[in-house]
Design a binder for this molecule. Structure first.
Ligand code: NAG
Ligand code: NAG
Ligand code: NAG
Length: 414
């Protein structure tokens, strides 16, 4: 394990940079892990260049095989592609391409067993226009690897019924937290294949915030505007780091049993009148830097007074355009898509990829965790630090055993 940590992080940063364009002052949250899994599911059904482009976007191509696949659709079309042929072996579901389905499967298994203090619901489904004959191998493997069930709907003849069917499925998968994924009229009657990927997350902090310490405080939206928010507070021992060059702080807040952690990247205060702190982090946030900033070598344990707003975030994205910009063009193009491992029909093409993340951040924790905190000897350490998240910041939620980014987001307005 661990080798999907890097590709997921790189995919995360690519996607964040796309979603963050024209998103100044806008909250963002998405799950790079969950979207990667959804695309891996499509990859199971894809062949030739269509499959290769998915591997490229997911950073799954082996270093030696790096090509400009997807960046130039015209030249890709004329390439002889027989050599890239990938076939499902009848005995196992892992294709012999560069994408390691077994690793995603192993990660998903770990995420299903986080324990009772976690709620992490990940659901992937492909909705396909009725009439397409499906490859049995694909049905078997998509269920075996990803627990995904292909469902047949009639977009052409009964798009409203199809919409209701998808929404109902999403609502039931997320225990009612995600309702009305698709508003009326959103689904195209010409749709053939719609990939729906939703994830819901809620967990207990390892060290809970006491509710009576939550107070209303101003959150600075920018230099001139503020808004009152419910600011949680606790003083405890946490891992804290600095990005010296930009006066930013990095705080790790562990969830139950420290299996997952939220890492908050907080730019320096805006008191000096600069709002560029966030952009400065964004522009230097490479894979290497992000990994370094959030590593235990870069952080030290100390007593920290933590102020963090209570927030709920929902992010819904139709990813067709950004995925195409990232190089996954063929799967969306009628004359190029090769989903022949999914269906015998030549004309099958991916119509839509919709991702939705829903997460909540509040005080919740457990009595047991509060008990351990009390064991810390109280002295006034000179090292006491203040972490005041009262202005826009970036955060991500990491699965610590595999170092995989499950969620990534930007909070501009709680
Ligand atoms: C794509 O894959 C199929 C089946 O694996 C193969 O028959 C075909 O020659 C490949 N190449 C192209 C360009 O379709
Ligand atoms: C990595 O972060 C440092 C600040 O810690 C910054 O000076 C440097 O430019 C960043 N690297 C890249 C490639 O952006
Ligand atoms: C699909 O691919 C063909 C052939 O390269 C191209 O001419 C066409 O513009 C593409 N269609 C779309 C919608 O991108």
């Amino acid at each position: 394990m661990g080798s999907i940590s890097r590709p997921v992080t790189e995919f995360c940063l690519d996607l964040y940079n796309k979603l963050n364009r024209n998103a100044e002052n806008t909250n963002i949250v998405f799950s790079p892990m969950s979207i990667s899994v959804a695309l891996a599911l499509v990859h199971l059904g894809a062949r030739n260049n269509t499959a290769a482009q998915i591997e490229e976007v997911l950073h799954a191509r082996k270093a030696t095989g790096r090509t400009s696949l997807g960046s130039d659709p015209e030249s890709a079309e004329t390439e002889p592609e027989g050599s890239q042929e990938k076939q499902l072996s009848p005995s196992q579901c892992n294709k012999d391409g560069d994408l390691n389905h077994k690793e995603f499967q192993a990660l998903l298994l770990q995420l299903q067993n986080l324990g009772e203090r976690y709620v992490l619901t990940l659901a992937n489904n492909l909705f396909i226009q009725q009439g397409f004959e499906l490859q049995q191998q694909f049905l078997t493997c998509s269920e075996e690897l990803y627990g995904a069930m292909l469902q047949t709907v009639d977009f052409h003849g009964a798009v409203e019924a199809a919409r209701i069917k998808i929404n109902t499925w999403v609502e039931s998968e997320t225990q009612g937290k995600i309702k009305e994924l698709f508003a009326p009229g959103v689904i195209d009657v010409h749709a053939l294949l719609v990939l729906v990927n939703v994830i819901y997350f809620k967990a207990s902090w390892e060290h809970k915030f006491e509710e009576q310490k939550t107070v209303q405080r101003d959150f600075k939206l920018n230099q001139n505007e503020k808004k009152p928010v419910q600011m949680m507070y606790q003083k405890g021992t946490f891992k804290l780091g600095y990005i010296e060059e930009m006066g930013a702080q990095v705080l790790e807040l562990p969830y139950a049993q420290k299996t997952l952690s939220m890492i908050v990247l907080l730019p320096g205060d805006m008191a000096d009148g600069s709002t560029s702190g966030l952009e400065q982090i964004e522009s230097t946030m490479t894979y290497e830097n992000l990994t370094l900033w959030a590593s235990s070598e870069h952080m030290f344990e100390t007593t920290v007074e933590v102020y963090l707003p209570r927030f709920k975030l929902e992010g819904t994205f139709s990813l067709n355009e950004v995925l195409q910009e990232m190089g996954m063009t063929d799967v969306f193009n009628e004359s190029k898509a090769d989903l022949s491992a999914m269906s015998f029909a030549k004309s099958l093409v991916l119509s839509n990829v919709v991702h939705k993340t829903y997460m909540e951040v509040n005080e919740e924790g457990t009595v047991a965790a509060a008990g351990t905190a009390a064991a810390i000897v109280r002295r006034s350490l000179p090292l006491k630090e203040v972490f005041m998240a009262d202005h826009p910041f970036l955060f991500f939620i990491r699965h610590n055993p595999t170092n995989t980014i499950l969620f990534f987001g930007k909070l501009c307005s709680p």
